[in-house]
Structure formats: structure tokens, C-alpha cells
Write a protein that binds this ligand. Structure first.
Ligand code: AQP
Length: 331
């Protein structure tokens, strides 16, 4: 079976964007792949995290993943810092990767903005660690959002350079797997920004733990314009907030955006937002309820992660030990 690796940062409660763009696809991949799912807490640390919050967010994320249908008995779910192979290979990749390559990473530019000098060195070398996350397992396929394609290309550049520098065919090419239905969900407050855990406004996102009243309020307050919904897609150009809500309805209702507009074109946002709330609550409510139940049993959540880390180490340790031998470390 093809081995898949994918990660999510425990930087907050997973939101609808994480769910539709990643988690939902992970659940589906379990049917015919060997899956390794990782809560990438080392990556989370690239921006400041309050220690108590980081621990809590790691538990919350574990609960949301389990509630969404990740099966830790058949697959592996663990937190990155618990498996030392990631940092060991990450350091070696810091020495293989080139500054010029990292300088081209658009995500660093987006996250650091104009204030580059004040960001952590970790944020800059993040893509090298991400390459290590995948290659420590010799994973073949990596489900990612469209924004992560560039990091997978970098991981392949690192793998090729490693093979070339050490005269081996040790790493093989990784395939970025961007599922066709991977929706890019935008902020409810600004249709030009993606929905994000770290957005200061809680109103900008739907958390996977939100109850029906909270979802209803957030959708009612979601930014829109004054025009009714158009009847065709051309009418959504230059209307990013309307496009986002139509896109969300389409994904959640299993329709195409065109079908949504056929059904709701000409409608004002009041009734459309109510229909969107209903379909959203139907998706999120069962996951939110199960998440709340799981969070009452913290020892169970932590034991799932510990067990996952042992099984992840059993795969990654021999691979990374071989890399260490190849580069000349005395064992
Ligand atoms: N808005 C989004 N729409 C679709 N997919 C998304 N993903 C994130 N936001 C959206 C996908 O979720 C997976 C895990 O993301 P992550 O937590 O590792 O990092 P991120 O992309 O930086 O997510 P956030 O929510 O924006 O976190 P913060 O605020 O901490 O940076 C990835 O596959 C991502 O594509």
C-alpha cells in the first residue's frame, strides 16, 4: 500500500478550512493507503506558543481528528516532537538545502511580511523540517493544500541533492497529492485571506468545535455585499466573500457552485446564509459533540499519541539511522 504522510500544526482548534482542505481527505485516504498523520508541534513553535496552550491545542486537535474519523488502530497518529527522527533528519537537511531555495518560499514571505528580521530562524528553515517529516518515512504521497506545493518541490530538491552529494539512490520522489475537491476556504471577515487558526478574529473562522448557535451567529455576521446572489459564476467575479460562501455551500451540500447558483441565484444573503448554516451544522455538530466527549478522557488521547509515536519511530529510526551512517556519523 502507498505510504502517505501528512501533518497539521496544533496552533489552535482545527477550523472548517483545515477540515475541508485536509482532514476530510485524510479520512478518505485511510481506505487504501498506509497513513501516517502527525501533529507538527515542532512547526507550531516557529511562531510563539504559550506552553500550556500548545499542550491543550495538541489534545484538542487529537480529539478533532479522532472525532472526524481518523483510525489510530489501523493508521498512525502522533505528535512530531515525540519522534526524534524528525529533528535529526531536519538538521541534516538544513545542511543540504540552499539559502537560495529557502529565499524563494512564498509562505515565509507571506507569514513574515515586511518584518522579516523579527521572525524566528525556525520559520525560515521550516520547509527543511517538512522535507524531513516526509522523507524520514520515505512516504510517497503527501496530501496537501495548494499552498503547500512549493514545499513539496523543495523536499524533492533536497532529496535529489542528498542522493547526488552522497552518491546514493536513497530517497525517491515525493508526489504532492492535492485532492480535486480540496477547497480553499477563505476568512468570513475578508474574502481575500484564507481562513486561519491564528487570525486574531474568532469571527473569521468556523471552529470544528463550534455549536449550532455559534455557527449560526458567525454565518449571520459573515461579511457580504449588498447585491443578491447571481445566477451564474461570472457574477461572482470581484465578489470574494460571496464566492467563498457559495463555495462552502457547494462543498458541504455535495453540489457544484453552478448548481448552487441555479438553486439560489437571485436570493438575498439572509435566506442563503440560513441554508448554509443548516448544511454546516449538519456536518460539524456530530464531530463537535464527539470531540467534546473525547476531551473528557485526556489519558486516552495522550495514550493514542504515545502509541502512535512508538509505531512511527519504528519506521523512521532505521531510515534516519541509515542517513546518519551515509553522512559519516560514527555509530
Ligand atoms: N483556509 C484553508 N482552506 C483549505 N485548507 C486549509 N488548510 C489550512 N487552512 C486552510 C490546510 O490544512 C492543513 C493543515 O494546516 P496547518 O495547520 O498545518 O497550517 P496552515 O495551513 O498554516 O493552517 P492555518 O489554519 O492557517 O494555521 P496557522 O494559522 O497556525 O498558520 C494543510 O494541508 C493546509 O493546506
Amino acid at each position: 500500500m502507498t505510504r502517505v504522510f501528512s501533518g497539521i500544526q496544533p496552533t489552535g482548534i482545527p477550523h472548517l478550512g483545515n477540515y475541508l482542505g485536509a482532514i476530510r481527505n485524510w479520512v478518505a485516504l485511510q481506505a487504501d493507503h498506509e497513513c501516517i498523520f502527525c501533529l507538527v508541534d515542532l512547526h507550531a513553535l516557529t511562531v510563539w506558543q504559550n506552553p500550556a496552550d500548545l499542550r491543550e491545542q495538541t489534545r484538542q486537535q487529537t480529539a478533532v481528528l479522532l472525532a472526524s474519523g481518523i483510525d489510530p488502530a489501523k493508521h498512525i497518529l502522533f505528535n512530531q516532537s515525540a519522534v526524534s527522527a524528525h529533528t535529526r533528519l531536519g538538521w541534516i537537511f538544513n545542511c543540504v538545502s540552499r539559502l537560495g531555495w529557502l529565499n524563494r518560499m512564498t509562505q515565509f514571505k507571506d507569514k513574515a511580511g515586511k518584518d522579516r528580521e523579527n521572525h524566528s530562524a525556525g520559520l525560515y528553515v521550516y520547509p527543511n523540517l517538512m522535507a524531513a517529516d516526509i522523507l524520514a518515512y520515505k512516504a510517497v504521497r503527501v496530501p496537501v493544500g495548494d499552498d503547500q506545493r512549493q514545499h513539496i518541490e523543495l523536499a524533492n530538491d533536497i532529496a535529489k541533492k542528498f542522493n547526488h552529494d552522497y552518491g546514493v539512490e536513497f530517497f525517491t520522489e515525493i508526489e504532492a497529492f492535492v485532492p480535486p475537491q480540496a477547497a480553499r476556504v477563505m476568512s468570513l471577515r475578508d474574502g481575500s485571506k484564507k481562513m486561519s487558526k491564528s487570525d486574531a478574529s474568532a469571527q473569521s473562522r468556523i471552529d470544528m468545535t463550534d455549536d449550532a448557535d455559534t455557527i449560526s451567529l458567525k454565518i449571520r455576521r459573515a461579511k457580504t455585499d449588498a447585491e443578491p446572489l447571481p445566477s451564474s459564476l461570472e457574477g461572482l467575479e470581484e465578489r470574494p466573500e460571496a464566492r467563498n460562501l457559495v463555495g462552502l455551500y457547494a462543498v458541504l451540500a455535495g453540489l457544484t457552485p453552478e448548481q448552487v447558483l441555479t438553486q439560489h441565484g437571485g436570493e438575498g444573503f439572509g435566506p442563503f446564509k440560513q441554508a448554509l448554516t443548516d448544511v454546516m451544522v449538519a456536518h460539524i455538530e456530530p464531530i463537535a459533540q464527539e470531540t467534546r466527549r473525547l476531551l473528557e478522557d485526556v489519558p486516552h488521547l495522550e495514550s493514542v499519541l504515545r502509541d502512535g509515536a512508538v509505531r512511527a519511530s519504528a519506521i523512521a529510526d532505521p531510515i534516519v539511522s541509515e542517513v546518519e551512517r551515509l553522512v559519516g556519523f560514527l555509530k
